[in-house]
Design a protein around this ligand. Structure first.
Ligand SMILES: [Zn+2]
Length: 444
C-alpha cells in the first residue's frame, strides 16, 4: 500500500482520519497515489540540515511527499525516470517555520479597531492571499496565533486538502483574554457592545469551557493573553492579566485535550505566572527579567520573539490606521526590550522564530532574521535553527519536519548563495517544495 497524501494534515487531524483512509485505500486508487510515485532528485552546492550542521555538494532523493535519501552527491545514485533539479550555486534548507502569524489579517487592519469594520469572512479571504505569499516566501509551516470566527481553522483545512496553496498551518482559532484586556476592545461607551479581537473570558470554569469549545471547533493549540499588549487601548504592557488560578485552569484543560498553550506576555510578572502555569511558549517576552530567564530554562519553555513587528508598527502604523496609543506603546517598548531579550537569548532560553505577521508583513517574514541577529546577538546558523528544528520541536513535530533527514516530509527551500554569509538571502527564496510538491522554482 502506498503512503497517502493525507500526511499533509496536522497530526491530530491525521490520526482521526487514519482508520477511514486505510479502509478507503482498499477500495480505490486515485491521482494522489499515482503522484506519490514521483521521484525527484535535488542537487545543491550546500545543504543546511536544520540542526546546526551543513553538508556540501549534497543530493536529496524525494519520493512522493517524503525525503527518501540525503547524502553527498557522489554517493547518491539517480533513480531512472527521476526528475532531476540542479540547484548549483544555491543553498538548500528545510522549509522555514513561523511560530507566530495572524494569517487572516489585512494590510490595513487598523489595530484593535478592525473588529468594527470586518469579520471572519474578510479574514478568510485575506488568509487565502496571505497564505500564498507566505508559502512563496519559503515558509512551509506556520503557527497561527489567533483569528476571528475560525477563519484560520477553515484555511488550514482547505490548504491541507489542496484547495488553496499555503503553508501547513497549526491554529489557535482565537486568543483567550480578560475583560478589559488585550483581547478586548476598550475605551468606548459601556452602552456599545463591541466584540473582542479574541474571546473575552474570565474565571477558571468559563476558561475551561472556552478551551473545550476552541478544541471542539478545531484549535491545534490554545493562545492565552497573560499581559497587556501593544494593539489594545487602556491596558499596560507590563500588567499581568490572568490570575494564577485562571492560567492553571487553561493549561490543565488544554493538556487534558492534548493541546499546548502559548501565552502572549510582555511584562515580567505575567510572563513568569504563565511559565509557572506550564505554557509551552511565551509570545514576545519583551521585558523578561533574571528570574524569568531561570524559570524558562528550568521549564524548557520557548520565547517566540516577534521583533520586526514593533518597527513595522512604528514605521507603517499610521498608514495601516493603527491608533496613536498603539504606536506610542510600540515606541516605548522598542527602547526597553533589547537588553532583556538579548540576555535571555545569550543565557540559553530556548527561542523559536516568529514574526507576528500581520498588516503588510505577510511574505516578508524572513526580514525577521536580520533583526534577530542584530537584537539578540545571534549567529545566522542559530536563527536558521530557531526557524527550523527549534520551531518543529516547539510544535511537537520534529519527528516529521524541521531538519532534512530521510523519512521526514519533503518541505524544503533554496536560496541563491550562502545565507550563513548573508542572512538577507533568505528574503530571496527561489525554490519552494512542500510535501514533495514544487510551489516555486525560479532560475536564479
Ligand atoms: Zn500576535
Amino acid at each position: 500500500m502506498k503512503p497517502r497524501r493525507l500526511i499533509a494534515y496536522p497530526a491530530h487531524t491525521l490520526r482521526s482520519f487514519l482508520c477511514l483512509t486505510l479502509l478507503w485505500s482498499f477500495f480505490t486508487t486515485n491521482d494522489a497515489s499515482a503522484q506519490s510515485d514521483q521521484v525527484t532528485v535535488i542537487k545543491a552546492d550546500k545543504v543546511i540540515i536544520g540542526d546546526g550542521t551543513t553538508m556540501n555538494s549534497a543530493s536529496l532523493v524525494i519520493i512522493g511527499d517524503r525525503i527518501s535519501k540525503i547524502g553527498p552527491s557522489t554517493s547518491i545514485e539517480i533513480p531512472t525516470g527521476a526528475n532531476v533539479i540542479d540547484l548549483s550555486n544555491h543553498t538548500v534548507l528545510p522549509g522555514l517555520m513561523d511560530m507566530h502569524t495572524h494569517i487572516n489579517s489585512s494590510d490595513h487592519d487598523g489595530g484593535d479597531m478592525s473588529v468594527l469594520r470586518e469579520h471572519g469572512a474578510h479574514g478568510a479571504i485575506y488568509g487565502v492571499v496571505n497564505a500564498e505569499k507566505t508559502l512563496q516566501a519559503g515558509f512551509t509551516t506556520i503557527r497561527n496565533a489567533g483569528a476571528l470566527h475560525y477563519a484560520d481553522v477553515a484555511l488550514r483545512d482547505l490548504i491541507a486538502q489542496g484547495i488553496v496553496p499555503g503553508p501547513r498551518m497549526y491554529v489557535a482559532a482565537a486568543s483567550l483574554g480578560i475583560t478589559g484586556g488585550h483581547s478586548d476592545v476598550n475605551g468606548w461607551s459601556p452602552l456599545i457592545d463591541i466584540p473582542g479581537t479574541g474571546m473575552v473570558v474570565d474565571g477558571p470554569d468559563n476558561l475551561r469551557m472556552a478551551v473545550r469549545t476552541l478544541v471542539k471547533f478545531g484549535a491545534d493549540h490554545i493562545k492565552i493573553v497573560a499581559t497587556g499588549g501593544i494593539l489594545s487601548s487602556g491596558d499596560a504592557v507590563d500588567h499581568p492579566q490572568y490570575s494564577d488560578e485562571e492560567l492553571r485552569a487553561v493549561v490543565e484543560e488544554a493538556d487534558r485535550l492534548g493541546r499546548k498553550v502559548i501565552a502572549h506576555a510582555h511584562g515580567a510578572e505575567g510572563l513568569k505566572a504563565a511559565v509557572r502555569a506550564g505554557v509551552a511558549s511565551i509570545e514576545h517576552g519583551s521585558l523578561i527579567d533574571d528570574e524569568g530567564i531561570e524559570l524558562m530554562k528550568e521549564k524548557g519553555a520557548f520565547i517566540v520573539p516577534t521583533l520586526l513587528i514593533l518597527d513595522e508598527i512604528i514605521e507603517f502604523g499610521e498608514e495601516r490606521g493603527i491608533p496613536d496609543y498603539s504606536i506610542q506603546k510600540a515606541i516605548e517598548m522598542s527602547g526597553l526590550r533589547e537588553t532583556a531579550m538579548r540576555k535571555a537569548y545569550q543565557e540559553g532560553v530556548r527561542f523559536a522564530f516568529g514574526t507576528d505577521a500581520s498588516g503588510n508583513l505577510h511574505g516578508r517574514n524572513a526580514q525577521e532574521f536580520k533583526v534577530m541577529i542584530e537584537t539578540l546577538g545571534a549567529t545566522p546558523m542559530q536563527v536558521i535553527k530557531n526557524a527550523t528544528s527549534d520551531a518543529a520541536e516547539l510544535l511537537g513535530i520534529l519527528d516529521q519536519v524541521g531538519t532534512l533527514e530521510a523519512g521526514k516530509w519533503a518541505d524544503l527551500i533554496a536560496v541563491p548563495g550562502n545565507p550563513l554569509d548573508d542572512i538577507t538571502l533568505l528574503e530571496k527564496v527561489s525554490f519552494v517544495m512542500k510535501a514533495g510538491e514544487i510551489h516555486k522554482h525560479k532560475d536564479n
